[in-house]
Design a protein. Sequence first.
Length: 171
Amino acid sequence: MTTKISERPDPSTIPPLRHARIAIVVSRFHAAITDKLLSGAKDCLKQHGAGKIDVSVFRCPGAFELPQVANKLATAGGWDAIICLGAVIRGETPHFEYVSSQAAEGIQQAALRHGVPVIFGVLTTDNELQAQERAGGRLGNKGWDAAIAAMEMISLFNALRRKRRPRARKP
């Protein structure tokens, strides 16, 4: 499947997942927001065959801790994808920049280190209203979008595993 960077994938083009194991790591900080992200992700997975998908939810204190939990789960193995959900809302101090950048970098590092899709479903907004709009409000639910990304990556990784490397030609 080829998509333009700016367009969202059509969920109907993602093959149904069979027997996938997905971990969802959710920050408790800003629970009014992250609980909605979690609901969106679980609803998406359910609508796309979650009866056959093993979904486990793990809660951690905040967005800063998401990469630690994702890395621990990836190290243990057995997950087809790990979805990280959180919300970092700008305040009056530079704390926002530290937490959001380290969460993003840590989640990326867990994915690269372990070769398992680790999905960044962390809202980074200027205020609570922007976060609410992205957690089931007028701009959709980014938890749902993160679940779609996980399914798309699982499908892609499965396809890559099935591809054989071309044999080297003899000169």
